[in-house]
Design a binder for this molecule. Sequence first.
Ligand code: SF4
Length: 197
Amino acid sequence: MVAEEENCGNREERVRKLVEAGYETVAREIIACIRCPLHESAIKRVIGKGSCNPKVFFIGEAPGESENKSGIPFYGRAGKKLDQMVEYMGLSEEDWFVTNTVKCRPPGNRKPRVQEIECCKPFLIAQITLLNPKLIILLGNTAEKSFCPERKLEWGVPVEHEGRTILKLYHPAALIYTASKIEVQRGFIDKNRELWQ
Ligand code: SF4
């Protein structure tokens, strides 16, 4: 554990240096990163996709099998659900960006561990700082635990957090397995449209 903490370094210091260096350096550092054990099973690093000036910044959980091969977040079935969700929200391509709590795929599709999330978090915070979205949407409980572990958010209820608005919605994969959540998710979106319009 001590070695892992040393590898992960001081979060504030890492974020400060990454933000100063700019987005392209953040992307290069993600590709070269061996700070946590997840790099051992990664084929491609999954940095993020979307606008460089987004209104909405989505945070998912972790890369899955197809993301690991493609290097693109939300590439498979969950990606199609995210696309449908974004369309329902009325967002255009320039309006949104998506990434995950960790940039490398956890083996066997397990959830990322707290230490792995913490180690990767400076990349996430630097991306948010540099892209400066109006709204952060946490897709599911893992995103919530990563981004604001000290809080317990209600689904679909926006709150202010460290100077930004955050909103927790269902992860698109949950909409595949529990179809009844699709209508509930639409209700959350309808209630909150003014946050991104
Ligand atoms: S998951 Fe993040 S911290 Fe871990 S090796 Fe990959 S980029 Fe580095």
